[in-house]
Design a protein around this ligand. Structure first.
Ligand SMILES: CC(C)(COP(=O)(O)OP(=O)(O)OC[C@H]1O[C@@H](n2cnc3c(N)ncnc32)[C@H](O)[C@@H]1OP(=O)(O)O)[C@@H](O)C(=O)NCCC(=O)NCCS
Length: 170
């Protein structure tokens, strides 16, 4: 990335909006480098397509997709931040935090069950702590372990750390 690109990136913010079917390929491509480095688990086009109506994207001022996140409900009062990814060249500009905030705003505006528990299993717990989460324990989320983790190739060697946030206000 050139210096001018960095400057323009910091001067003009993009936008976060709900994902559409047109974003599927870009979401897949955004995730690939992290999958290759085994930072993220592989996510197929079919999985991305399945979750597209609960996914948000960050689009830069050139209309290029630079970030994404998905919100998955397990119970009316329990949901997960899933598949949070920011383009490698665009890390460190609060895009990740803004994507998480957009999920919290969505919950506040579109759900009534309180308290609402929002959790993530992650290799970057400190990012989530800086985004308002507290460190937690995987055993507190048996729904995730039963419905998802038991099918994961890393089930017996999972090093992800649980983080959670409780949303009280309506
Ligand atoms: C983790 C990730 C989403 C962060 O996105 P980002 O846009 O670079 O993060 P932000 O700029 O919003 O950072 C917000 C804060 O978290 C901190 N932070 C970001 N990544 C961090 C990390 N890996 N470790 C510790 N702190 C981190 C930032 O320094 C910043 O703190 P500050 O307020 O003190 O400056 C991004 O690095 C990424 O896509 N990583 C690979 C995929 C991944 O691991 N996703 C999480 C799956 S659960």
């Amino acid at each position: 990335m050139t210096q001018s690109a960095i400057e323009s990136k910091t001067q003009s913010r993009g936008e976060i909006r709900p994902a559409t079917a047109d974003d599927i390929t870009a979401i897949y491509n955004l995730t690939l480098p992290y999958v290759k480095d085994e930072i993220l688990l592989p996510r197929s086009v079919e999985q991305i397509t399945h979750d597209i109506d609960k996914t948000w994207v960050y689009i830069d001022d050139q209309n290029i997709l630079r970030g994404t996140v998905t919100l998955v409900f397990f119970q009316p009062d329990l949901c997960e931040v899933r598949a949070l990814v920011v383009d490698r060249d665009y890390r460190g500009y609060n895009i990740g935090r803004d994507l998480v905030k957009s999920l919290v705003d969505f919950i506040l505006q579109n759900t009534t069950v309180r308290p609402m528990r929002l959790f993530a299993l992650t290799y970057v717990p400190q990012f989530f702590v800086k985004s308002g989460f507290t460190l937690s324990n995987k055993e507190k989320f048996p729904e995730k372990i039963y419905e998802v983790c038991r099918f994961c190739a890393r089930n017996t060697d999972c090093r992800e750390i649980a983080v959670e946030m409780t949303i009280h206000e309506s």
